[in-house]
Ligand binder design. Structure first.
Ligand code: HEC
Length: 134
């Protein structure tokens, strides 16, 4: 029993570190594979944002936050189902940006989802708007 309690306390103690590591993974993936369009802060202002029609989504916009409230899986779905894949690949190609092929793991999908949510939460905090999708 003592060992159990000890293991539990250790787990709780290390949890923030695990979450932080996860966030670093999400941040790295986001910055290398999404930010050129969606912008470093998710505001839809990356260098390629306006090179496509429609332009890259501003994740911090009320429209997108509403979409997220209605469809919480939209970020992961956009990567797994790739409804905009043709448009995105075309935009990258036209602008000579080469992204290495990537097969997403569950942990990576979770991490990038979490990272984008954290960008939105940060934006809402800065602009003192409530976060409505959680
Ligand atoms: C070449 C530019 C480009 C890159 C790179 C890119 N996107 Fe997008 N993304 C777009 C555009 C353009 C749209 C809007 C498409 C539309 O409205 O039909 C979009 C839309 C989205 C949406 C909204 C989907 C919806 O149904 O509302 C999500 C979520 C998204 N992207 C996530 C990502 C993530 C995560 C990455 C990185 C792994 C990424 N995108 C990389 C251009 C890009």
């Amino acid at each position: 029993m003592k060992q159990f309690i000890l293991a539990f306390i250790l787990l709780i103690g290390f949890l923030p570190l695990l979450v932080k590591a996860n966030n670093t993974l999400g941040k790295n993936l986001y910055q290398s594979r999404c930010a050129m369009c969606h912008g470093d802060d998710g505001r839809g202002d990356g260098p390629l944002a306006k090179k496509s029609n429609p332009p890259a989504t501003d994740f911090t916009s009320l429209v997108f936050q509403k979409r997220l409230a209605d469809y919480p899986g939209v970020i992961v779905a956009s990567l797994v189902l790739g409804p905009n894949q043709k448009l995105i690949l075309g935009t990258l190609q036209k602008n000579h940006v080469v992204l290495p092929k990537h097969v997403w793991t569950d942990a990576e999908l979770r991490a990038v989802n979490y990272y984008i949510l954290s960008l939105i939460a940060k934006h809402n905090k800065q602009t003192q708007k409530p976060t409505t999708y959680q």
